[in-house]
Design a protein around this ligand. Structure first.
Ligand code: GLU
Length: 365
């Protein structure tokens, strides 16, 4: 684990539904209580923690116990169970942390809340103000109101976005396996990959199937971990069902089996951290010539000028996110554009050579 002094470290801990629930889907209070004990201990040593906790849908399902044979639309089901289950989940956390005198704050968010910079900054500020005042932020997706097509893939994705947004030093994803295996986890020949360097390709090792109660699987975990590590945050995937896993990861990692994604060095600007998360909200496209695309991807940071653009596709406003594509439709990245689509089209045919996208507002794949 990295060497930041404990007093300044900020760690995001993501706990999956499979860690928090028993096989019958009910909340595993013993497990929750053990995680709470460990978080309290880590806070005592000066580490700041943000908890991203799943378990709302699973705990709502076990609370309501609807009559067998009753079929419900899956959106209705998620909304109903999460509404009931989130209340139960946060209430449990409140009670457990209260024993340590730790106040908790609840953040229920949606993917859309990351779509505009203003929302993004508001969210960041609300978590920062909690941390500054000794409150433990507990984050979950607001499943009750989130729109299906715009949902986070799972809470792994959400935890990655929170860790990057808050510039955490480490994101710990607790799952019900020891880490990423180099083959089928049940097969005796497979073992846990201990360290993943930024360039390493893991596609051959990953299974696509998902676990019982959560939405995520190893494939998304890996994808998110790589992306988050690419933004300079160390990512650990470890087994949340092991006793004292959190404390041991921090204080005695040498005795443990887990997967660690090394962070890429060189922190990116706050704007650049937001941009990759807002891709799904891009409003239009700018087609660049092959040569311009190559130049933009070069070593030197460059802004995007009208001369590089061959076509403007769609309608957008000033400050919207636009995708950059090559003439054969390949995505190159995204950026926040300084002009609306009408003005941009006009600039393409004129002499005006102001940058359409400043290099600080560009994110290239
Ligand atoms: N937000 C969901 C819940 O709390 C979990 C999503 C996931 O499985 O990652 O139940």
């Amino acid at each position: 684990m990295e060497n930041t002094p404990a007093s300044r470290r900020l760690i995001a801990v993501k706990v999956g539904s499979n860690v928090l629930t028993r096989t019958d889907g009910s909340l595993d209070i013993t497990r929750m209580s053990s995680l709470v004990d460990q978080i309290a201990e880590l806070r005592q040593s000066g580490i700041r923690i943000i908890l991203i906790s799943s378990g709302a849908v699973a705990s709502g399902r076990s609370e309501l116990k609807l009559p067998a044979g009753r079929s419900m639309d899956c959106v209705d089901e998620r909304q109903l169970y999460s509404a009931v289950g989130q209340a139960k989940l946060i209430n449990r956390y409140y009670e457990l942390f209260r024993e340590y005198g730790i106040p908790v704050g609840q953040i229920l968010t949606t993917k859309e809340s990351f779509s505009t910079r203003r929302h993004y900054l508001t969210q960041r500020n609300s978590i920062a103000v909690m941390l500054d005042n000794g409150v433990l932020p507990i984050v979950n997706e607001n499943d009750t109101v989130s729109v299906t097509e715009l949902m986070f893939t799972d809470n792994d994705e959400l935890s990655g976005m929170i860790a990057c947004m808050m510039e955490a030093s480490t994101l710990i994803i607790l799952s019900n396996v020891d880490g990423i295996y180099d083959g089928p986890p049940a097969s005796p020949g497979s073992s846990v990959i201990r360290v993943v360097e930024p360039e390493r390709d893991l596609s051959a090792c990953i299974r696509a199937e998902k676990s019982n109660f959560g939405r995520g699987g190893m494939m998304t975990k890996c994808h998110i971990a790589r992306k988050v590590a690419g933004e300079g945050v160390e990512v650990i995937i470890a087994n949340g069902k092991r006793e004292r896993i959190l404390c041991d990861l921090i204080h005695r990692p040498e005795n443990l089996v887990f997967t660690r994604f090394l962070p890429r060095s060189g922190a990116s600007s706050d704007m650049k951290q937001w941009l990759p998360h807002s891709i799904s909200f891009a409003k239009g496209q700018l087609e660049l010539s092959h040569q311009a695309a190559q130049e933009l991807a070069g070593e030197t940071a460059r802004s995007l000028y009208p001369a590089a653009v061959t076509r403007v596709i769609g309608t957008f406003e000033r400050d919207d996110i636009v995708r950059l594509i090559t003439p054969d439709g390949q995505d190159i990245g995204v950026g926040r554009i300084s002009f609306d689509s009408r003005e941009t089209r006009r600039m393409l045919s004129g002499q005006d050579q102001q940058p359409l996208i400043h290099y600080d507002h560009l994110y290239l794949d």
